[in-house]
Design a protein. Structure first.
Length: 160
C-alpha cells in the first residue's frame, strides 16, 4: 500500500540528500523506510523547483553582494540567509575562494629554487659538452690532415 507524502516532506528529504555531506539515497531509504526508487523520483522532480534554487543562477555581482552581506553574520543569521536563498555554506565558501583567486596578481608563479639550480647546471653542462665536441671534431680533422699529408708528401711532422 502506497502512502501519500506531502510536498514539503518530499522536498525536505531531497534537501537532506542534496546537502554537502548528506546521506545517500540508499541511506535515507533505510533510515525512513521509504523505497529508494521513490526517493530517486523525488530527487528528479523536486531538485529543480523554485524552493531549491541553484547557486549557478547567481551572477558574479550577486555573489559578491552575498559574500559582503554574510561576512559580519553570526552562525544563526548565516543559516537563515542560506536557507532563504537556497544556498549551501559550501557555495558561499567556493565563491569566496573564486573571488580571492581572481584578486591575486596574474604574474608568473615562482619556480622551485632547486629546479632553477638544476636548469642552470644543465645549461652549463650542455655548453661544456658542445665545446668539447667541437674540440674533438677539430682534433679528428687535424689527425686526418696530418695522415693525408704524410701519405702525399712522405714527410713526418716530427722530422720538421
Amino acid at each position: 500500500m502506497s502512502q501519500h507524502r506531502s510536498p514539503e516532506f518530499k522536498a525536505s528529504i531531497v534537501q537532506k540528500i542534496s546537502s554537502p555531506g548528506g546521506p545517500s539515497i540508499m541511506q535515507m531509504s533505510e533510515k525512513t523506510g521509504i523505497h529508494h526508487a521513490s526517493i530517486r523520483n523525488w530527487v528528479k522532480s523536486y531538485a529543480n523547483t523554485s524552493d531549491m534554487k541553484k547557486s549557478k543562477e547567481w551572477t558574479p555581482e550577486k555573489k559578491l553582494q552575498a559574500i559582503a552581506h554574510t561576512i559580519s553574520m553570526n552562525e544563526k543569521q548565516l543559516g537563515e540567509f542560506l536557507r532563504s536563498n537556497g544556498l549551501h555554506s559550501s557555495d558561499l565558501e567556493q565563491w569566496k575562494q573564486d573571488f580571492y583567486i581572481t584578486q591575486q596578481s596574474p604574474g608568473r608563479p615562482r619556480l622551485d629554487p632547486e629546479l632553477v639550480e638544476l636548469r642552470a647546471k644543465e645549461k652549463e653542462l650542455s655548453r661544456d659538452l658542445k665545446r668539447k665536441d667541437k674540440a674533438l671534431a677539430e682534433m679528428a680533422a687535424r689527425i686526418i690532415l696530418i695522415k693525408k699529408s704524410q701519405l702525399l708528401f712522405g714527410i713526418n711532422e716530427e722530422e720538421e
